[in-house]
Design a protein around this ligand. Structure first.
Ligand SMILES: NC(=O)c1ccc[n+]([C@@H]2O[C@H](COP(=O)([O-])OP(=O)(O)OC[C@H]3O[C@@H](n4cnc5c(N)ncnc54)[C@H](OP(=O)(O)O)[C@@H]3O)[C@@H](O)[C@H]2O)c1
Length: 350
């Protein structure tokens, strides 16, 4: 476990790194993303940050707070509904027009709902889009800019290490949908997609984080999705159970501190760094380089499945992920993802 003390010590050293980091945050208007963004603003040296969210008006106090935290920083809010692939493409084009390189992509948009499959106007389930299809499209589109950075990193806050059996014939869950299946499918696809990307882009580090239970508003919002006879018990749970859960959960501040640690520490280097001396904030005594999701001949692939304590999950030879790698499910997932993106764009143009 990386202690919170070490996390804080490492984060505070980010101020010593060169100025001008460029970052994109998606899903940082509340919760873990927001908390990480504030930490990033606090410690990075004259950064430029694109904050992608749904409402510029709602985010205006946040932008002001970021500017106060870091007067030398530039914070640009891009207003869009990011669950739509066509919007992802437009945002990425805007960033690519304005930037020469990108150091960090931090993605954490999402929600929980019992309302079942709900499609975006492009035909993708909204939960799967925010958790996987739109997130991965952002990363995919921004690879050229990430590749131009000396130390590029991608962080996705979802469920790294929680991968499990998925129905590879129903990845979009059109036949059999549940929130648990959607969460599992998104998490498993995310790790396997990162591993595919890391093969082609070994200079980029890919971090898939499971933050554990964090006291954000996500569960309160979740109870609001219960309808009919379940609405009242859900409301009771909101008043009784959630305060207890929040008391047991990681605070949102700590989740943000750990978010920044994952985004900047040398603990999570790419497989083939451009410069081995430039892989993030140097390790503190007693903190070791994390284990990649695949380690062959002592060499990691630069993909990390990271738990709530900021340590990575060991790669077990008998895991479901290993059998999916051997069966080339990762390749099929990559192909299917391209098909889903294509169909979404065709639908949005129709
Ligand atoms: N909190 C936990 O205990 C926990 C545990 C495990 C995994 N996670 C995962 O971590 C991620 C972040 O969770 P969190 O607790 O930080 O959630 P949160 O506080 O509810 O924040 C969610 C973010 O996603 C955005 N978002 C939600 N619905 C959206 C939509 N339809 N279109 C565009 N953006 C949308 C929100 O934007 P607005 O501000 O516009 O609503 C917000 O920026 C989620 O994927 C969650 O499943 C969380």
């Amino acid at each position: 476990m990386v202690s919170i003390k070490d996390v804080r010590r490492s984060n505070s050293r980010l101020t010593e790194k060169p100025s001008g980091m460029v970052a994109v945050f998606v899903g940082a208007t509340s919760g873990i993303g927001l908390s990480t963004l504030k930490q990033f603003a606090k410690y990075s040296n004259a950064p430029k940050v694109y904050v992608v969210g749904r409402s510029k008006q709602s985010a205006s106090p946040l932008l002001h707070e970021l500017e106060v935290l870091n007067p030398k920083g530039i914070f640009i809010f891009v207003e869009t509904e990011i669950s739509l692939i066509k919007n992802v493409d437009a945002v990425c084009e805007e960033i690519k027009t304005n930037e020469q390189k990108l150091d960090l992509v931090f993605v954490s948009p999402g929600f929980l709902s019992v309302e079942g499959r709900k499609e975006t106007s492009e035909g993708i389930d909204m939960y799967l889009s925010l958790s996987y299809y739109a997130r991965l499209r952002i990363v995919h589109n921004l690879i050229p800019l990430l590749s131009a950075s000396l130390n590029p990193r991608v962080v996705s806050i979802l469920a790294g290490g929680k991968e499990n059996v998925i129905d590879i014939n129903d990845l979009e869950l059109r036949k059999n949908y549940s929130l648990a299946k959607a969460a599992n499918t998104a998490a498993t696809q995310m790790t396997l997609a990162f591993e595919e990307l890391a093969k082609s882009y070994p200079m980029i580090s890919f971090c898939h984080v499971y933050p554990g239970l964090v006291a954000t508003g996500i569960i309160t919002k979740f109870t609001g999705t219960f309808k009919g006879i379940w609405a009242f018990p859900a409301m009771l749970a909101r008043w009784t159970l959630i305060p207890v859960l929040h008391a047991l959960a990681t605070t949102v501040d700590e989740a943000g501190e750990r978010g920044l640690f994952v985004a900047t520490s040398a603990k999570y280097p790419p497989a083939e760094p451009k410069d081995p001396h430039e892989v993030g904030v140097a390790l503190l005594d007693g903190v070791e380089v994390a284990k990649s999701s695949v380690v062959k001949g002592g060499k990691g692939n630069g993909v990390y499945r990271i738990y709530t304590d900021s340590e990575s999950v060991e790669n077990e030879a008998d895991s479901i992920l290993e059998s999916y790698r051997l069966d080339q499910v990762d390749k099929r997932i990559g192909e299917q993802t391209l098909e889903v993106w294509k169909a979404a764009l065709e639908k949005s143009e129709a």
